[in-house]
Design a protein around this ligand. Structure first.
Ligand SMILES: *Cc1c(COP(=O)(O)O)cnc(C)c1O
Length: 790
């Protein structure tokens, strides 16, 4: 499509879809028309890719979450037509930025796990790997967040209200999913995944739940309208909302229905395709199909494939089990106890009786195997898949797959030698590490155009965008003052851009010359936003005592959503907003420090925050953050980390050098050693400044609106609660170290060229953290699939 054709297409689509001329169109209408025009240009390549993939082995990524964010900008960039389209739009009197901003985020995920799935899809397409994503087309994504009086308020995220030009409903591929209480249709919607600089177009297939019949005609005729559509609502409930829940399981029945729904539909789809090419030769199934289970949410795929192969296709149990184990692999994302999914036996039995029988059989055979191996009663008990009235999904996953992988070296080691020690001893060859990654297209090329341009200039004729290890060559400029100054200049411009955006969105002015200290991630106790908050308060009190204290002016920026039922996380949001109110309105502070908690943190907001950060806060309790991917986005954008030895921070520091980051706090070994005897009160009483900040939770400094949640936070730190010990996440233990690390940041930041060197060392060594590297490891070491370029 040339530029003239594109103009004509946009005008035509606006006429057809909205019945108006371009001049009268709203931004979202222009966005839809442009997107559809682009869709038209990729269909042939998309079809060609599909038929090329159908011939060989393919991989499938089953995930309850895909946190895709916006599509337009990324697709234009990957197609290599961004600048051209920008020009065409300009000629039509349209600002491309306004069009991009009109797109709703596809927020079909909570955080890191869902965003990882999105980065993997993009990397697989870029690398021409035959990978298809399967998930749920939620009608409502993660809630929209706002603050009223500093409290989080949630609103539904109606992301489809203006339609979705990037998906195509495939009526003809509809499948039926059966529960004990009835059947529903799973209607696929396909979204093209456009790789960078390749003709290959991959596919994300999300299923929407619909009733078999839209309404009961008889009931409708007899004017029982509510009853007539009851069935419809019941079916549609299944794909109505994403559970806004990062780590705990709730909404039980519907949640289980969602899991079985997309898993059953996805497997059905894969089997249909397999039969078309290979007939009933199911013993060959694993030779042509690899299926990745993203966390335990899709693990019901294991008994479901057993059911299909034995009940429907007539395979013997043993043969079917071989197929299952060799087809599936499983990614573990967390060791947090409350996040290890367990399902009530009774619930499974009621909703999925045949699936439950199969799980019982799997468990029974497993039990016999362990007895044969002479395992002790206690050990068998501790490893059983069904434990009393619970099905342990992680155990079912390890047992029913040929590979279990962790998501960073440290995390994988904790799985192998600590949390899943018995399982590692039973299946030593099944455990692998696959350190997470991020796509450099979205997280650098698209969001940090100036830095990308500089890199391209410096590296000359380099393919760094698809081979991120090339960035290593930037190290040759470490003593080049013009490059270092250019880096500082780019960061400054990004900070000005963010300051402008924050002024528009939040109504708060921030100083682009201050140090931007950013913590953006889901709100969770283990991520320790509270430690950051205490650090800010400590600095505030020190400034009050000594107004002339010499510090680099700092802007602390937070972005985070708390699960609506997570009372403590919401209390922490309120606490930080109270701190912001106190600090920002204190004229004595003279803008030396400022605190901003941005509303509705999401992918599109993230894209503006990462490039503008001076320091990246990665301060989780050692051992708790499996990997993190936010840490990698900062690194790639030239931002040093202040962080603990946790998750992928360990590898980031190994790559970029400890001297170019700010590491502090207890390590995993120390936490393990002290955890049984830890007494936070010793720190509270003796560490200078600590009591003062902790007690702001109860001494009337702040107002929690009378709900008692600040007092509860205070108690959780010093006394504990029925379900955990005092200061479960060792905030008081790490406070002093954190303050000292922040002091080092302040000192280092003053040496501008020295700081630019740290930034450059982080960029130069970010190559490892491309999701291209990660996905190629999955392809080679787990799935055994090869690229197939069309
Ligand atoms: C990258 C990303 C995350 C994950 O951040 P972590 O710091 O790794 O927890 C969460 N949400 C959004 C919107 C992201 O882009």
């Amino acid at each position: 499509m040339n530029t003239k054709e594109l103009k004509i297409a946009i005008e035509r689509i606006i006429k057809i879809d909205y019945g108006k001329s371009l001049a009268k169109a709203k931004n979202y209408e222009k966005y839809n028309a442009l997107s559809k025009a682009i869709m038209e240009t990729i269909i042939v390549n998309w079809e060609e890719t599909e038929s090329a993939y159908d011939k060989g082995k393919q991989a499938y990524y089953l995930s309850a979450e895909f946190l895709m964010g916006r599509a337009l900008g990324n697709n234009l960039m990957n197609l290599g037509i961004y600048d051209e389209v920008e020009e065409v739009l300009k000629e039509l009197g349209i600002d491309i930025n306004e069009i991009e901003e009109a797109e709703e985020d596809a927020g079909l995920g909570n955080g890191g796990l869902g965003r990882l799935a999105a980065c993997f899809m993009e990397s697989a397409a870029t690398k021409n790997l035959p990978l298809t994503g399967y998930g749920i087309r939620y009608s409502y994504g993660l809630f929209k967040q706002s603050f009223i009086d500093g409290f989080q308020v949630e609103e539904e995220d109606d992301w489809l209200k203006y339609g979705d030009p990037w998906s195509i409903r495939r009526e003809e591929d509809t499948v039926i999913v059966e529960f004990a209480d009835g059947k529903v249709k799973a209607v696929p919607y396909d979204t093209p995944i456009i790789g960078y600089s390749t003709k290959n177009i991959n596919k994300l297939r999300l299923f929407k739940a619909e009733p078999l019949v839209d309404f009961d005609f008889k009931l409708f005729n007899s004017q029982k309208y509510d009853e007539a559509v009851k069935e419809k609502n019941r079916a549609e409930d299944i794909s109505r909302v994403l559970y806004p829940n990062d780590s705990t399981e709730e909404g039980k029945i519907l949640r289980l229905k969602q899991q079985y729904f997309f898993v059953s539909a996805g497997l059905n789809d894969i089997l249909k395709k397999f039969k078309k090419v290979h007939g009933n030769n199911f013993k060959e199934f694993a030779k042509y199909n690899a299926i990745q289970l993203n966390d335990t949410h899709p693990v019901v795929a294991i008994p479901e494939l057993m059911r299909i192969l034995t009940d429907e296709e007539g395979l013997l149990w043993e043969d079917a089990w071989n197929v299952v184990v060799n087809t599936f692999s499983y990614t573990n994302h967390t060791i947090l106890k409350e996040a290890l999914e367990e399902w009530n036996v009774e619930l499974y039995e009621r909703l999925l009786p045949r699936i439950y029988e199969i799980i019982k059989d799997i468990d029974k055979i497993f039990n016999e195997e362990l007895m044969e191996k002479k395992y002790s009663k206690e050990k068998i008990h501790s490893m059983r898949i069904i434990n009393e009235d619970k099905i342990r999904m992680a155990y079912l996953a390890i047992h029913g797959t040929h590979v279990t992988n962790g998501v960073a070296k440290l995390h994988t080691d904790i799985l192998k030698y600590q949390e899943l020690k018995d399982w590692h001893e039973l299946y030593p060859n099944r455990f692998q590490n696959k350190t997470n990654g991020i796509t450099p297209r979205r997280w650098l090329l698209l969001t940090n155009r100036e830095l990308s341009k500089l890199i391209t200039e410096l590296l000359g004729n380099s393919n760094w965008i698809t081979n991120l290890h090339e960035l290593k060559k930037l190290e040759q400029y470490i003593e080049d003052p013009s490059v270092l100054d250019k880096l500082l200049e780019i960061k400054k411009a990004n900070k000005e851009r963010l300051a402008k955006y924050i002024k528009e969105q939040e109504g708060i002015s921030i100083n682009p010359d201050s140090l931007f200290d950013i913590q953006i991630k889901r709100l969770h106790e283990y991520k320790r936003q509270l430690l950051n908050a205490f650090g800010i308060l400590d600095l505030y009190f020190k400034l009050k005592e000594n107004p002339n204290m010499d510090i680099v002016p700092r802007t602390f920026i937070f972005g985070a959503k708390a699960a609506p039922g997570y009372v403590r996380a919401k209390a922490i949001i309120k606490f930080i907003n109270e701190i912001a109110k106190l600090v920002n309105n204190d004229s004595e502070i003279k803008d030396k420090i400022k605190v901003v908690f941005v509303e509705n943190y999401r992918v599109s907001y993230a894209e503006k925050l990462f490039p503008a950060a001076d320091i990246s806060e990665q301060i989780s309790t050692a051992g708790k953050e499996a990997s993190g991917t936010g840490n990698m986005k900062f690194m790639l954008n030239g931002t040093p980390t202040i962080g603990t030895y946790d998750g992928a921070n360990v590898e980031i520091v190994q790559e970029a050098g400890e001297e170019n980051n700010f590491i502090f706090g207890a390590r995993v070994e120390e936490i393990e050693k002290i955890k049984d005897t830890y007494n936070p009160k010793e720190y509270y009483e003796t560490v200078p400044g600590l009591k003062r900040v902790v007690d702001t939770l109860i001494d009337g400094t702040f107002d929690d609106g009378g709900n008692g949640s600040f007092k509860e936070l205070h108690t959780s730190l010093l006394e504990g609660a029925s379900w955990h010990k005092a200061d479960n996440y060792f905030i008081l233990r790490d406070f002093k170290d954190y303050i000292e690390a922040q002091y080092r940041v302040d000192k280092a930041y003053r040496d501008r060229r020295g700081w630019a060197k740290k930034a450059l060392m982080n960029i130069s060594n970010a190559g490892k953290f491309s999701s291209d590297r990660t996905i190629e490891e999955y392809a080679k070491e787990i799935w055994n699939i090869a690229p197939k370029k069309i």
